[in-house]
Design a protein around this ligand. Structure first.
Ligand SMILES: [Zn+2]
Length: 149
């Protein structure tokens, strides 16, 4: 089922100009072992927003990267030991890097960075630097809803 949705989305993605935000989440071949957690993160986020804002696709290679935030898996992220995910804004793509142990709520946090949300000080919010739950403020939900074409 995943693959059939993919080919349709592939055509849509080619038509989209690359920008600095994305709610289309592409699972890079390196992150297939984390697919269940990534899908869980997307489902939790959509539930928190109250709409199907984020979409997941699976990449077979590099040809579909434009227009999507690409989730890659690495053994270990450099830097702070508490960091388990990081989002990079590149010239033609948004890359999210996660580790094998990264929890769905951290993935959800990174997906929101990819969608353009910044950190907040509220430790009950998903965009707290070390989030404990997938909870969004009304202004964040409104922003994310506004990204849906
Ligand atoms: Zn962050």
């Amino acid at each position: 089922m995943f693959r059939t949705i993919l080919s349709v989305l592939a055509l849509l993605l080619v038509a989209c100009a690359p920008d600095q935000t994305s709610t289309v989440i592409a699972i890079h071949p390196s992150a297939v072992s984390k697919a269940a957690d990534i899908i869980q993160a997307v489902e939790d986020l959509n539930t928190a927003i109250g709409a199907e804002v984020f979409t997941v696709i699976q990449l077979e290679g590099y040809e579909l990267i434009e227009g999507a935030a690409v989730v890659r898996l690495v053994e270990r992220l450099a830097g702070d030991e508490t960091v388990a995910g990081r989002t990079f804004h590149r010239a033609h793509s948004l890359d999210i890097v996660i580790e094998p142990e990264t929890k769905p709520r951290i993935i959800a946090h990174e997906l929101c960075h990819a969608a353009g949300l910044e950190h907040v000080e509220d430790d009950s919010n998903l965009m707290f630097y070390a989030p404990l739950r997938v909870a969004l403020a009304a202004t964040q939900r409104e922003y994310l809803l506004g990204l849906v074409p």
